[in-house]
Design a protein around this ligand. Structure first.
Ligand code: COA
Length: 220
């Protein structure tokens, strides 16, 4: 069934519905640590920048959103986590959050929202898109990888929760090397080892019941 999705930029007038949608999403997470909730003050700040929030509606109802943030030279600029040169940090944009109402998943909305925000990031003149994803969130990881981001780091972030650090250089296409490796998504030590050897994660295996998702790595 194709639903009539309507994708638009959101402004401060959508604050209350976005908070409500976040609450529904939070109440349905398999692990609380996979999704960081944003408070009202944070979201007000997001809305103060044009094009920072995109929402999807079915009829009047907000059912999905994506948020970007420009970190500037702040300490939490994700470019620092993947050793981007200092002079590149000002060109970084964060894909800060994306989520879909549990009743409307499986329509590729995270990918659509991410591609829309990658276009915004490029049009605004930023060159690096970065985001974080929990190793316990294979759906989101697969979606960001299929939007051209690659795993370039893995470290404990807020609350000590593990996060892959994903990055896409907006202006460069990735050229995969011939040598490829694959490891289980939960193999933290294995990821750290491959990343330390210069590999980047570029896709995951399809999810099959009872089987661990595998992450594929190559040198770019
Ligand atoms: C991650 C998320 C945004 C993906 O939503 P989406 O864009 O609708 O997902 P997709 O359309 O790519 O769905 C792909 C498949 O995974 C399934 N799926 C989607 N989310 C799922 C979930 N949380 N748990 C299990 N399966 C899920 C879909 O049903 C679909 O299966 P199908 O191909 O058999 O139909 C959504 O799961 C979500 O909001 N999760 C909670 C918040 C979150 O994790 N945000 C990302 C933080 S980095």
């Amino acid at each position: 069934m194709t639903l009539p999705f309507d994708m638009k930029f959101l402004d401060a007038g959508s604050l209350a519905e976005l908070l409500e949608l976040q609450n529904i999403i939070a109440a349905n997470l398999p692990f609380p640590e996979i999704f960081m909730l944003h408070d009202e003050e944070y979201l007000r700040d997001v809305f103060s920048r044009d094009h920072s929030a995109i929402g999807v509606r079915v009829g009047e109802m907000l059912i999905a959103f994506s948020i970007i943030r420009i970190p500037g030279l702040a300490h939490d600029n994700l470019g620092r986590d993947i050793n981007l040169p200092e002079e590149e940090l000002g060109k970084v944009a964060h894909l800060q959050a994306a989520a879909v109402h549990p009743a409307y998943r499986g329509h590729g909305l995270q990918r659509k929202l991410t591609f829309a925000h990658l276009n915004v990031i490029e049009e605004l003149g930023y060159e690096h898109a970065c985001c974080t994803v929990s190793p316990k969130n294979p759906v989101s990881l697969g979606n960001y990888l299929s939007c051209g981001l690659a795993i370039e780091g893995l470290r404990p972030k807020m609350h000590g929760w593990w996060r892959f650090i994903l990055h896409r250089n907006i202006r460069q296409a990735n050229q995969l090397g011939i040598e490829q490796k694959r490891i289980a998504i939960s193999d933290i030590a294995g990821h750290l080892d491959l990343l330390s050897k210069g590999f980047k994660g570029f896709r995951i295996s399809p999810q099959c019941e009872g089987k661990q998702v595998q992450v594929f790595y190559a040198k770019f």
